[in-house]
Design a protein around this ligand. Structure first.
Ligand SMILES: [Zn+2]
Ligand SMILES: [Zn+2]
Length: 330
């Protein structure tokens, strides 16, 4: 890959502007699409992120980190490269990075989704020549149901557990997914309790003005004799841990795009899988790629080989795999 962006040992690099995008190691100047760990590494000299994303990024970086912000759509000249950030709709503050230089426009999506989520600004389609996109769910089997229907299912599961005297423990990524879940369930059903990792991020979202229903931190002081009325929101890493024992008997649920595949629920010994992703599904991924008008596409974060081949063969685009390390936060 060469041109406005190249791949360095630290990640995506813009030679003309002398900055990195989502470097996985500390650098001089990092433009950060969002605060998830696989995109925002600690220790860089300077960060540039969206104004909406400052709170969450600051929470995740070292104390005193130098963070400059741009409102969505605002432009900044970095060594002659015009840089702007545009909503990605993935989590609070998530941004696509638009670069313009020498008459060419490149866009780097970071992670993104188009589905409704009132905890962050909705995705905006940005036209470009070269589009660098995640394709976490770049297979035709990945089609998402309407999120409103998924929340109805979660509400019904919670009520049924109350009737059966079981604690409802709902797993989801602690930054982004958890807040989307809390914002989307019906809080009149019962109290919402959160694992510490989730409760911390709730506080950052609330400071940002996101309206979340009341939540209580799961601690010894706040312990209940009977948890069966409660919905407990926790990162999936808490599953099977000693922390979970206090909630017995439980019903466990997991909200993720990976729950589209039935075997994943069984493999994780979950009682329920809710198909709710912070990434876009197959039809939307294809629609966005078409909408950008880009003729050159780099894909990352998924089944890159097969998705690049699909874009080449079915759409006649110049599509390639971006040779970067990637992780999956589903
Ligand atoms: Zn992410
Ligand atoms: Zn990611």
């Amino acid at each position: 890959m060469d041109g406005l962006l190249t791949v360095s040992d630290d990640g995506l690099y813009c030679p003309a502007g002398d900055f990195h995008i989502d470097p996985h190691r500390p650098v001089q100047r990092a433009v950060v699409t969002h605060a998830h760990g696989d995109h925002a590494a600690r220790g860089s000299e300077h960060y540039l992120t969206s104004a909406e994303g400052e709170g969450v990024l600051r929470h995740r970086m070292l104390d005193g980190a130098s963070i400059q912000t741009l409102s969505y759509g605002e432009t900044l000249d970095i060594n002659g490269v015009t840089v702007s950030l545009h909503p990605a709709g993935h989590i609070r503050g998530s941004a696509q990075v638009r670069l313009e230089h020498g008459g060419e426009v490149w866009v780097v999506t970071g992670d993104y989704k188009v589905a409704a989520d009132r905890t962050c600004t909705p995705f905006e389609l940005v036209e470009c020549d070269v589009f660098i996109t995640e394709c976490t769910f770049g297979l035709p089997i990945y089609r998402w149901p309407d999120p409103a229907d998924v929340f109805e299912k979660i509400n019904r599961w919670w009520k049924k557990n109350q009737e059966e005297g079981k604690t409802s423990v709902l797993f989801g990524y602690s930054l982004g997914k958890a807040q989307r879940l809390i914002a989307g369930v019906d809080p009149s059903i019962g109290p919402i309790y959160c694992h510490g990792a989730v409760q911390k991020m709730n506080a950052v979202y609330r400071e940002d003005g996101v309206d979340l229903p009341p939540t209580t931190y799961v601690s010894d002081e706040n312990a209940l004799d009977d948890w069966s009325e409660a919905l407990v929101v926790a990162p999936s890493s808490a599953g099977g841990s000693r922390w979970m024992q206090r909630f017995d008997p439980v019903s466990t649920g997991f909200a993720s795009g990976w729950m589209r595949i039935r075997g994943n629920k069984r493999r994780r010994s979950l009682d329920r899988g809710f198909v709710l992703s912070d990434h876009l599904d197959w039809p939307n991924l294809n629609a966005v790629i078409d909408g950008t008008g880009a003729e050159t596409i780099y894909v990352t974060h998924g089944n890159n080989d097969s998705f690049a081949r699909w874009l080449n063969e079915e759409k006649g685009l110049d599509a390639r795999e971006l040779p970067l390390r990637s992780q999956y936060d589903g």
